[in-house]
Design a protein. Sequence first.
Length: 183
Amino acid sequence: MIYLLLFESISDKDKFEYLYNRHKRLMLYKAYEILHDYQLAEDAASEAFLRIYKNLHKVDLEDMARTTSFAVTIVKNVALTMLQKQKRMATEPELFDEDMPDPADIENDTIAKLQSEALLRVVDSLGADLRDVFLLRYAHGYSNKEIGELVKIPEKHVAVRLFRAKKKLSELLRKEGYADEAG
């Protein structure tokens, strides 16, 4: 119905709206008959309505049989063109090397890297005593006992520092917008 914004006169708008409401299901059905894909049929019907809009001056509401035939012919032609394009694309050789990384993977990797860098900045903002214990536990996988031996503090102090580090990180991440109140 975005087409309704394109009209300069009310009579053209009303004419198009009437045609749309009267023929949309038939045109969608005819497009689906050819394409056998609902999304493509919707695209074909939309394209056909755009063409009807461009040729609205040729539409006579007094001769509804001719108008219906006009609408169906347009949607059939659009659908057939889409089908030919689809077949042509299926038979053409691949333009992309299969070894090329998927753009979505590149995007996801970049986002993950940026998030990791942001997390490291936040971890770096912890004091040295909290940061070291946190990184030894979660980045390097040491147990609380091993960390205690490495930094020469009792195991129970390691647990306290880990608790404080996680609490401080949670606050900093919320402040930076990386976490909500719940987490």
